[in-house]
Write a protein that binds this ligand. Structure first.
Ligand code: DAH
Length: 352
């Protein structure tokens, strides 16, 4: 084999062994670079006669072109391989169904209920108040006439929070177990503003307070985080009759049903006296004929009125607390509370 053939053979093998463009450029330098083997042969011709130069020059050119052709082939092969690898990893299955264009997001069904509640009570002159989810013992229990040994205070029912460094540990912070602390928070702020105003008679307190609440509880109808809405109406002459009228009106509007009936079932809550559980019964639909509990309620206990900064001889009223998750389940016929908190779009998108 001539030198030139040997060079072409060796270039063929060297280029084939390259697996990246960078390797290939390095291999090219060995043959066609400044001191590559072919370049060296050309330099060596300087000393030859004209005839020899012509003959050998032509042969070297043939070899050089062969090496260049090999180089280009290998370049293309490497580019093809890179492209195929990229296509394989970014493969698109054009037979998959397309994604429908979505018109933005939507409100969670429980938030739809909250908006509805705010709208209905707003039309009856109720303000909407918001307050902290991390509460203290005073607002969540003591001010609401809930005694030290009340079972609602036990670790089984209430999530207690580690106090921050330096904070007192005798009454650890807790996640509010109901929205009732908002009765005290809102009323005391209202009373303070009234007293500062110098008005003789207090403008009525009429407020709802929707929000998240927490209890150690988890099954198909209980979730450790759930939603309540508190209601409070205090004035010089607000009675249980007003509670009945307001709540009946609310339920009929909320469920869009005029023949819905309500039952005020005697019950006990520390912060109301008398207290009642409110049940509703639909006349039509899958739940017709069953009593369904929707709220706790009652006439605000004199001790609670006092903790609002008011004289219970002069001011009286009612309060109620309803489960917004439960109202949502009843309105839409959802039978498992956990669906609200799974975040499954197949469920949630049905409410948009
Ligand atoms: N806070 C009570 C609970 O979570 C519900 C409740 C009952 C609220 C009676 C009230 C009320 O305002 O008057 O079970």
């Amino acid at each position: 084999m001539s030198d030139l053939e040997a060079i072409v053979d060796s270039a063929t093998a060297a280029f084939a062994a390259c697996s990246t463009p960078a390797d290939l450029e390095n291999a090219k330098a060995l043959y066609l670079g400044k001191s590559g083997r072919i370049t060296e042969l050309m330099k060596g011709m300087a000393a030859l006669s004209i005839d020899e130069k012509k003959q050998l020059g032509a042969q070297i050119n043939v070899a050089k072109q062969a090496v260049e052709a090999l180089l280009n082939q290998r370049r293309e092969a490497l580019l093809d391989a890179a492209m195929n690898a990229q296509l394989a990893t970014e493969a698109l299955d054009v037979s998959l169904p397309g994604r429908a264009a979505r018109a933005g997001g939507g409100l969670h069904p429980v938030m739809l209920t909250q908006e509805r509640i705010e709208g209905i009570f707003g039309s009856m002159g109720f303000d909407v108040a918001d307050g902290p989810e991390i509460e203290n013992d005073w607002f969540n229990f003591t001010a609401l006439n809930t005694p030290e040994d009340h079972p609602a205070r036990s670790m089984h029912d209430t999530f207690y929070v580690d106090p921050l460094d330096g904070q007192p540990t005798d009454t650890p912070p807790l996640l509010r177990t109901h929205t009732s602390p908002m009765q005290i928070r809102h009323a005391t702020a209202h009373v303070k503003a009234w007293k500062a105003s110098g008005q003789a008679v207090m403008p009525e307190i009429r407020v709802i307070a929707p929000g998240r609440t927490y209890r150690v509880d988890s099954d198909a109808t209980h979730s450790p985080m759930f939603h309540q809405c508190e209601g409070l109406w205090i004035g010089a002459n607000v009675s249980f009759k007003d509670l009945k009228v307001v709540f009946t009106d609310f339920c009929k509007t909320f469920f869009e049903s005029d023949d819905l009936v309500l039952r005020f079932r005697p019950s006990f809550f520390p912060f109301t006296e008398p207290s009642a559980e409110i049940d509703i019964q639909f006349a039509h639909g899958p739940l017709a004929g069953r009593w369904l509990e929707v709220a706790g309620s009652g006439q605000v206990h004199p001790n609670v009125v006092r903790n609002m900064g008011l004289d219970p001889e002069a001011y009286i009223g009612f309060a109620f607390g309803m489960g917004m998750d439960r109202l949502t389940m009843l309105r839409y016929g959802v039978n498992d509370l956990r669906l609200f908190f799974d975040g499954d779009l197949r469920f949630l998108s049905q409410f948009q």
